[in-house]
Design a protein around this ligand. Structure first.
Ligand SMILES: [Zn+2]
Length: 200
């Protein structure tokens, strides 16, 4: 079974200068170590420290998944120079991978249920953005879903709470994606805040 560890819990804080945000960065330990959403520049040192605690150097990571391409999820990608990066693509094909250190861009279908490693598969959860993907990880405790901005915080898991139109591109898709995640997940890792258990 895979293990999941939140390395950086993404912040969300109103300041005098503006909204200070970062995304959650997660480490999946399975047949290889996978980083999901390397995150924002303000969290770079936090991420390096967390990796060090795990005895992992960024160069050892061979697979990074970007849940989508918003900048608060992606900037620290530069740390993972030997990684192949998986992301959904908004163009005419359904996914791509980039082998960073070779400059190779390869089409790869990232469809519903695409398995990317042992006990780790993709789910499509558009709404916040059209390219949003989540991950379902089979662990000893049950299914952990990395929900990214489909469920930005625990409050978003309550379907009675209306989405904020500022952060949702398509409300109907967003609501469908939330329902889908709640059905699959025993635990959810949101974009910010702690992992939480889904009440079934
Ligand atoms: Zn986003």
């Amino acid at each position: 079974m895979a293990e999941v560890k939140v390395l950086v819990s993404g912040g969300h804080e109103d300041t005098d200068e503006g909204l200070k945000i970062g995304s959650t960065t997660t480490l999946i330990k399975t047949d290889q170590n996978i980083i999901v959403d390397p995150g924002a520049l303000i969290d770079e040192q936090k991420l390096l420290d967390a990796l060090k605690k795990e005895n992992i150097s960024p160069e050892d990571i061979k697979l990074v998944v970007l849940t989508h391409t918003h900048i608060d999820h992606t900037v620290n990608l530069h740390l993972f120079k030997n990684a192949t990066v998986y992301l959904k693509f908004m163009g005419s094909y359904p996914g791509q991978m980039q082998v960073i250190n070779k400059g190779l861009l390869i089409r790869k279908d990232l469809l519903e249920d695409t398995k990317i490693a042992k006990d780790v598969k993709i789910i499509l959860i558009p709404g916040h953005s059209n390219d949003l993907i989540g991950l379902v990880i089979d662990t000893d405790e049950g299914n952990v879903v990395i929900a990214s901005d489909a469920i930005s915080n625990e409050g978003c898991a309550d379907l009675k709470n209306e989405p904020n139109p500022m952060i949702v591109a398509d409300v109907d898709q967003y609501n469908e994606s939330r329902k889908k995640i709640l059905k699959i997940a025993d635990f959810i890792i949101p974009r910010h805040g702690k992992m939480f258990k889904v009440n079934k």
